[in-house]
Design a binder for this molecule. Structure first.
Ligand code: RIB
Length: 314
């Protein structure tokens, strides 16, 4: 195994309602299905890495409620090192009411709860474990100061950091994140951060290049059904989408990042990691749920073999 991955981020319990359509204001509608599952962008990315075979350390905060206890049990069941997932007294765990429409599109609300209590001091406390890691993953469902502190910590200790600026945060200070090795927004996050159009690969590349001019090294933009785009120095790479019929797109970005992290740490090669990430994310949206839809290494290998077999020989 090439190296351990640390995730500093959120844990949520996803409360997922599958709707025929969203109700209008003042309207009550019957929805066909409800499911509860483990979520949170940080935890999701950690689970994707672990399912693919990486050793993972999670640094997070949960509440002293049943959701917090279940989250810890989930990490144990997935083989994730959760020594640095602490419970906060008198605070609820994070929860995320999610609505999924018949075409698989999702709408998410988050109630951060204990995630707001993950502080810079928690990173320092986990310092010894972090020092041995090959990559640190960060998102924006914990306080910004914690994110900035983790990036500075990574730079000081020579541990590369991947920042996924999700959900979009208008106050994100680009000057304090430029030491992140990888910056992975989706189109709307990139639009919010740069104020530039990002509706297709060409416009997204122009917007990503302004971030490179600001000091970032690698910008990877996830383009949903259009694939993904990697921009770095003089290079641009468009990774074509894998065509599948979406059932539930919740957590697809997290599946992409977890898979990218795992394959990058294993291979050291960004192209290999991007291809695997887009395939893993595509497979994840063919099933319902967030973490529940993330394939194991064996299921992912079978999916990739199926893609290779269905392609005409050149
Ligand atoms: O990215 C999907 C995740 O966003 C969900 O699991 C939800 O918990 C929110 O954090």
């Amino acid at each position: 195994m090439a190296g351990r991955i640390a995730v500093i981020g959120s844990c949520m319990i996803d409360l997922v309602t599958y709707v025929a359509r969203m109700p209008a204001a003042g309207e009550t509608l019957v929805a066909p299905r409800f499911e509860m599952g483990f979520g949170g962008k940080g935890a999701n990315q950690a689970i994707a890495c672990a399912r693919l075979g990486s050793a993972v350390t999670m640094i997070a905060k949960v509440g002293d409620d049943e959701f917090g206890a279940n989250t810890l049990r989930n990490f144990a069941a997935e083989g994730i090192d959760a020594r640095f997932v602490a419970r906060v007294g008198g605070v609820s765990s994070g929860v995320a009411p999610i609505f999924v429409e018949p075409d698989g599109q999702n709408r998410i609300l988050i109630v951060p709860g204990a995630n707001e209590h993950l502080l810079p001091a928690d990173i320092d406390q986990a310092g010894e474990a972090l020092e041995g890691c090959a990559l640190i993953l960060l998102q924006l469902e914990v306080p910004l100061e914690t994110v900035y502190h983790a990036i500075a910590w990574g730079a000081r200790h020579g541990v590369p950091v991947l920042l996924n600026p999700a959900p979009a945060h208008p106050a994100l200070d680009l000057a304090r994140i430029r030491e992140a090795r990888f910056f992975v927004p989706n189109q709307s996050e990139l639009n919010l951060l740069t104020g530039m159009p990002t509706e297709n690969a060409e416009s997204a590349e122009r917007a990503a290049r302004t971030l490179l001019a600001g000091g970032l090294e690698n910008v990877v933009v996830t383009l949903g059904g259009e694939g993904a785009l990697w921009v770095s120095g003089g290079e641009t790479r468009l990774i074509p989408p894998v065509l599948v019929t979406p059932v539930d797109t919740t957590g697809a970005g997290d599946a992409f990042i977890g898979s990218f992290a795992h394959h990058y740490v294993q291979s050291g090669d960004i192209d290999t990691a991007l291809l695997a990430a887009s395939r893993y994310a595509a497979q994840s949206i063919t099933a319902r749920g967030t973490q529940r839809s993330f394939p194991s290494a064996a299921a992912f290998a079978a999916f990739c073999a199926g893609l290779a077999a269905s392609r005409p020989p050149c």
